[in-house]
Design a protein around this ligand. Structure first.
Ligand SMILES: [Zn+2]
Length: 269
């Protein structure tokens, strides 16, 4: 009699173990499937092209939202796409638009996803980089950079540069090419003509000390951080503008920032 009880109890324990095992397998499968799906979305780089490249026009690559808590560029690109799609504006150049470089971080309003890391610290620091070592998003951006004549890269700082508190919000940093500097000078005027408060006006950040000494109000010192996009474009002498509106933590109304980003974009259509 006792043996039967023991066998029945053992059988029950065995069945419970089997059920727990099946549940665990299902949970692991579910989590893996989820993670893979999220990874697929987060590493995807959606892009939109308008116009075609001709000998007398330029190919303009516009990047929004490399950092997820800096949305103004993204929003300005989407607005531009709407205006093109509804024929409200016409374009001359070829445009390659990437509104959400870091799609998942933008959705979560965080600078970077912990699982991916900072996209703007993953660019190669040599011209001869190993393609296999690059993050999938970077790999795709580099293909577009090759094709582009000029790259515009939208970011947002947490303050205003002219307040001298360490933020580079409200600055334009051209790459070290003459064209980039020329573009920055044009944008400097058109942006600042619309800004009344002197502390909110844009500054151009450059490496050229002569320029800085000529006009300290207009020019400030730029610092390239390794593995950023600007570091890479300086390596390959590409025309490029790093735009930093003042926007993180809503330090300035989003509509003002979108309008500033759009004003910049409109110069390259
Ligand atoms: Zn940024």
């Amino acid at each position: 009699m006792k043996l039967i009880y023991i066998i029945i109890i053992m059988l029950h324990i065995f069945i419970i173990i089997i059920i727990v095992f099946i549940i665990m397998v299902l949970i692991i499968f579910y989590l893996m499937h989820d993670t893979l799906y999220i990874k697929k979305i987060c590493n995807n780089l959606e892009y939109f092209t308008y116009g075609s490249s001709k000998p007398d026009n330029k190919t303009v690559l516009i990047l929004g939202g490399i950092h997820g808590n800096e949305p103004a560029g993204s929003r300005a690109i989407i607005k531009l796409m709407n205006d093109i799609n509804t024929n409200e504006i016409s374009i001359k150049n070829k445009l390659i638009l990437i509104p959400y470089v870091n799609y998942c971080a933008l959705q979560l309003n965080v600078r970077a996803l912990s699982s991916i890391g900072d996209i703007n610290r993953k660019f190669p620091i040599n011209k001869d980089y190993d393609d296999e070592e690059l993050h999938p998003i970077i790999k795709k951006i580099l293909i577009f950079i090759k094709e582009a004549d000029i790259v515009i890269d939208f970011h947002e700082g947490w303050g205003f540069y002219k307040n001298n508190n360490g933020s580079i919000g409200s600055t334009i940093t051209p790459s070290n090419t003459q064209n980039s500097l020329n573009y920055a000078n044009v944008l400097y005027n058109s942006l600042n003509n619309n800004i009344i408060d002197n502390n909110k006006k844009f500054t151009i950040l450059v490496n050229d000390t002569n320029l800085i000494n000529t006009d300290k109000n207009k020019y400030g010192k730029s610092y390239d951080i390794k593995h950023t996009l600007i570091y890479y474009v300086n390596l390959i002498n590409k025309d490029y503008l790093l735009i930093e509106t003042s926007g993180q933590n809503n330090v300035q109304d989003i509509d003002i920032r979108i309008a500033q980003a759009r004003l910049i974009i409109d110069n390259f259509l």
